[in-house]
Design a protein around this ligand. Sequence first.
Ligand code: NDP
Ligand code: HSE
Length: 428
Amino acid sequence: MSDTLRLGIAGLGTVGVGVLRIIRQQAALLEARTGRKISVSAVSARTRDRDRGVSLKGYDWEDDPVTLATRDDVDVFVELMGGSDGPAKAATEAALKAGKHVVTANKAMLAIHGQALAELAEAQGLSLRYEAAVAGGIPVVKTLLEGLAGNGITRVMGVMNGSCNYILTRMESAGQTYQDIFAEADALGYLEADPQLDVGGIDAAHKLAILSSIAFGAQVDFHGIQLEGIERVTIEDIRAAADMGYKIKLLGVAQKTGRGLEQRMQPCLVPDSSPLGQLDGGTNMVVLEGDAVGQIVLRGAGAGEGPTASAVMADVCDIARGVWLPVFGQPATTLVQAKSAQSKTPAPYYLRMALVDKPGALAKIATVLGEAGVSINRMRQYEHDAASAPVLIVTHRTIPADLERAIAAMDGTGVMAGAPVALRIEEV
Ligand SMILES: NC(=O)C1=CN([C@@H]2O[C@H](COP(=O)(O)OP(=O)(O)OC[C@H]3O[C@@H](n4cnc5c(N)ncnc54)[C@H](OP(=O)(O)O)[C@@H]3O)[C@@H](O)[C@H]2O)C=CC1
Ligand SMILES: N[C@@H](CCO)C(=O)O
C-alpha cells in the first residue's frame, strides 16, 4: 500500500463539497486513523467556474467523469453526481474496469444496477462502498455488513426519507394540508429536483432495496417493492390517527416470509409513543431486528452536507485501511434472486369512513367487516352537523385480502358517503 490514498471526486454539489471540507479540515485525524494521507488528485462537475464556497486549488479539473475515474493518479473514484444511469453509472463502471475502488452516495444507481456493479467490483477484487446511499449520516450499512454479521436478520424497518417525514410531521404541527406543506418544503429546498422521488416514496424505496439485499442475502430488487407515496395522506387522517394514538409515517419494511421477500414502502400508522412515532422533522430512523441481538434502533440525520460527507469518508477510511468487504455482505454471485411476496402478513388496520347519517348505517358496515372476517378492535364516531358521519375503526390483526374484500363490499351497502381510507398499522 502506498502512503497516500488518492481520490478522484465527481460531483461537487452538497455532498461533494462536504467531502472536500472534511478532507481539508480533518487531514491529520484521517491520517492518524488510517495510517495514510488522503489526497484529492482531480475533481469533476458540470460547470467549472461555479463558486462552490470551497477552494479547488491544487486539484486537477476533468470535464468528463469517465476520464477522471480512469486517471492513473486516482486510487478511489468517489461518485457524487447522482442518477441511476448516465455519467454516474458510466464512470463507476469505467473506474471498476480500470482497477479503481469506488465510493458512492448514489442509492438510485445501486437500487437498479447494484447486482451488476457488485459482480464487476468483486470480479476485480475491488471495493464498492455506499454508506452514504442509505439514511445519510447513519452508519446503517456498516451496522448490517459488520456489526450484525452474526445474526439472521428478521426484519428491517425505517423512515428513510427526511423530506417525507418533514412534510408529515409539519402537516400535524401546523394543521395544514399536504399541498400547503409540500409547497413550503419545496420553497425551503428540502425536496429533490424531481420531488416525485421523495413524495412518491421512490428515494426511500431505493434505500430499502439496498438494505434488504444485505439483510437477506438477496439481489437488490427495487421493482419488487410494494410502493405507495405520501401524496394521498390528508390532514384529516393525520388528525384522526393522532386521536387514536398513532402517527402516520412513510415506513419501509422488509422481511423474509414463507412466500418470499416482502418489501413495502407505504404510509403506515405507528404508535405515537414508539421510537418511530416520536421521529419528527427531517430525521431518519432505521430499526434492525436480528435473531441474536433483538432490536436495534439507529437515528440521525439522513441528509445534508456534513452527515452525508461523514458517511462517504467512513468508506474512504475503510479503503485506506485496506478493509475489504463483499459489496452486499456475501459474494455477489451467491446472492439469491428472491421471490417477491406481496404482503399477506396480518396487521391491524386503521379505517376512516364517512357514512350516510341514517339508522342502521353503522350496523351495515360492521356486518360487511364481520362477513369478510375483519374484527373491530376500537371504533369512534365524532359529533357532526353535516349529512355524513365521520367514523374511525381500528381493526384487530387482519389479512390484507380480507380487508380488501370488506372494502369492496362497502360500496354496495348504500351507506358510504365517500371512499374509505385504509392504512396499515405497523407493530413496532
Ligand atoms: N444531498 C444529500 O443530502 C444526499 C445526497 N445523496 C446522494 O449523493 C449524490 C449527490 O447528491 P448532492 O450532492 O445532493 O447533489 P447535487 O445536485 O448538489 O450535486 C450534484 C453534483 O454532480 C455534478 N454533476 C451532475 N451531472 C454531472 C455530469 N454529467 N458530469 C459531471 N458532474 C456532474 C453537478 O455539477 P454542477 O455543480 O456543476 O451542476 C454537482 O456538482 C446523489 O446520488 C444523492 O442521491 C445521498 C444522501 C444524502
Ligand atoms: N431526499 C432525500 C435526501 C437524502 O437521501 C431525503 O429527503 O431523505
